[in-house]
Design a protein. Structure first.
Lengths: 306, 309
């Protein structure tokens, strides 16, 4: 077990290295620099700026220096949000995205698994059909349709919730629903398909023959195995949700980290982009590790040590 | 015995996927909706009174007989904008999906057929590309290629096309980032197909690898790939509208559903309930995406005997 975890953490370092390298060169080699404006800056000012943000000298040297700074935990200065370091920016915005994403993650997982198992248990009934119809709707509708519609109905015509903003409990509800809806639907579909597969297996027939109640068969015996495909989807999902969503954050004006993914590329703010990517990749690999360990606990037939 | 009966029924079932599809009401309704949307997108804009897409001073008129969907910020008829958006969104969706289809199928076929070291290197590359958020690739590609294409169009005397350069870039970039799943699916198919006897037979009569891949393997995986293609179209439409929503996609005076929704989201606030700006593009886009997804699901069920229980 320990060896497995150690191996994966080592793998994390390799992946992080690859991703940092790709991001660094991707941003630096595309035409256009962070200080390009309509009017060109005087040469000596541009030179000073480049020196301040450590963007001068040969590219390879810059890259090696950057890796050195990263090892000291320094993500460098943002070239767009002048005089703020990437560390500060992320420390301010990630907790916001994390809270919202955490709520959405919890809602999507619990809601999706319950809906999916219910639909599978009642296969060929109206419950199943309507639940799956609703799920397809939720998957097809993008968040920038769902979000503004929710605002229009539940904040403008029926003023139950604020239109946007951050700070109190009520302002969390609409963004969480917008964020969670498609994932809830996806998890429900995944759970249903896998549950239907599991329900045909012999040990389920045995459980029924023992005279267990239908609820016990489904939620105690079948769900434990049927949830496995869902669990492997949860790793990437958690990394996605916790790093924020630009659409939901811009619709509800939430000061999260989701916008940095997009804006840092458009502003050629390479260090901020690298910072966000590092956080995302670390979360992705760590959650996948958690998922693999969980797998072993949920299904004893799987061994991690090979 | 029971399993033999089930197997034989699967075989007779899989011979007539078209019949199965016709028995699926959701898929038929979806097809009708798609035909209507496509016809409206192609012929709709020219049926409206001339000048419907021009900027006028009648901004934010609510829906009326003259403007069925109302007007937008610049006084343009929203129905015209929605139809124009349908044209561009569908075009980008279909063309982008076709690009990803071509790339994914060739990559997957080569990887699966080559096997061994080449296969594992090619698949690791796919894994790495999966790990980097696609949005970053898209944004970098678009911001790097767009000025390039514009400049080369100017120098080659293709000024007419400059307005559409963004659309061409979108089609290429979305296609080039959407092929990963297709490549995986195709590779899996090839792996199971290439050990079958007809491949051995083809090889034994001295057919070239190129011929085996394109004449013998390709027709066999086309069905699965086509199903996935119908599911890629809505994904690309969604991506395009997402990029337009962020302001890096299609730009005015052209329109796409994402751009219209983004415009609407910007002007809606508690003081001004311009609901029509949001509701009509949302309905058009959702209906199309739903229909495509229903059709894709229906096709998959019709062609995959395991789904039927």
């Amino acid at each position: 077990m320990l060896r497995f975890v150690a191996k994966r953490v080592l793998g994390l370092i390799v992946i992080l290295f690859c991703v940092i390298t790709i991001t660094f060169f991707l941003v630096r080699l595309t035409p256009g620099g962070p200080f390009d404006r309509e009017r060109k800056l005087p040469e000596h000012i541009e030179k000073q700026l480049l020196a301040k943000y450590k963007l001068d000298g040969p590219l390879l040297e810059q890259y090696i220096n950057y890796l050195g700074d990263l090892l000291h935990g320094d993500l460098r200065l943002s070239t767009k949000y002048r005089s703020r370091s990437v560390n500060e920016i992320l420390a301010d915005s990630l907790p916001v995205s994390g809270l919202l994403g955490g709520i959405a993650f919890f809602a999507a997982t619990v809601g999706g698994v319950l809906l999916g198992s219910l639909a599978a248990a009642k296969q060929h009934t109206w419950i199943d059909r309507n639940a799956m119809l609703a799920a397809l709707f939720a998957i097809s509708l993008p968040p920038f349709v769902v979000g503004p519609l929710l605002v229009l109905v539940f904040a403008i015509y029926i003023p139950l919730f604020p239109v946007g903003g951050w700070g109190n409990l009520q302002s969390l509800i609409l963004p969480s629903i917008t964020l969670a809806a498609p994932y809830t639907a996806y998890i429900a579909r995944l759970t249903r398909a896998s549950m239907l597969e599991v329900l045909t297996q012999d040990y389920i027939r045995t459980a029924r023959a023992k005279g267990l109640s239908e609820n016990a068969v489904i939620y105690k015996h079948a769900l434990r195995v049927a949830i496995l495909p869902v669990v492997s989807f949860l790793g990437p999902l958690a990394a996605n949700l916790l790093t924020g969503s630009i659409v939901v954050e811009s619709i509800f004006s939430i000061p999260g980290a989701g916008g940095f993914f997009v804006n840092s590329v458009l502003n050629r703010d390479g260090f901020l982009l690298a910072g966000v990517v590092i956080v995302y990749c670390t979360l992705l690999v760590l959650f996948n590790l958690v998922v693999d360990v969980l797998y072993g606990f949920l299904d004893r037939r799987i061994t991690l040590y090979d | 015995m029971a399993s033999w009966i089930a197997a034989s029924r699967c075989m007779t079932d899989s011979r007539s996927p078209w019949v199965k599809l016709r028995r699926n009401p959701a898929a038929i309704v979806s097809m009708l909706i798609l035909i209507v949307v496509a016809l409206a997108a192609i012929f709709g804009p020219s049926l409206l009174p001339a000048g419907a897409g021009e900027v006028t001073r009648n901004s934010f008129l609510p829906p009326s007989e003259q403007h069925l969907f109302g007007t937008d910020l610049n006084g343009r008829d929203l129905l015209y904008r929605v139809l124009l958006g349908a044209r561009i969104s569908m075009l980008v969706g279909i063309a982008g999906a076709l690009v990803s289809f071509a790339v994914g199928i060739i990559y997957g076929m080569v990887s699966g057929y080559a096997g061994g070291q080449a296969d594992s290197v090619m698949m690791r590359l796919v894994d790495v590309l999966y790990a980097i958020p696609r949005l970053i690739f898209l944004l970098v590609l678009i911001s790097a290629l767009d000025p390039l294409l514009r400049r080369s169009m100017e120098t080659h005397g293709l000024q007419v096309l400059i307005g559409y350069s963004k659309i061409i870039i979108l089609i290429l970039c979305l296609g080039l980032t959407e092929w990963l799943t297709m490549a995986r699916i195709v590779r899996g198919q090839i792996l199971s197909l290439k050990s079958q006897q007809f491949v051995l037979a083809a090889r034994s009569i001295g057919q070239s690898h190129f011929n085996i891949i394109f004449q013998h393997l390709f027709p066999n995986l086309l069905g699965v790939a086509l199903i996935y293609l119908t599911l890629t179209v809505p994904a690309v439409i969604l991506d395009e509208s997402f990029l337009s929503f962020l302001g890096v996609g299609v730009q005015a005076p052209l329109a796409s559903w994402g751009l219209l929704l983004s415009d609407a989201a910007q002007v809606i606030n508690p003081l001004k309930g311009y609901w029509w700006l949001l509701v009509f593009p949302a309905i058009a886009m959702s209906l199309t995406l739903l229909a495509l997804n229903f059709l894709g699901d229906g096709l998959r069920d019709a062609l995959d005997p395991r789904e039927r229980r």
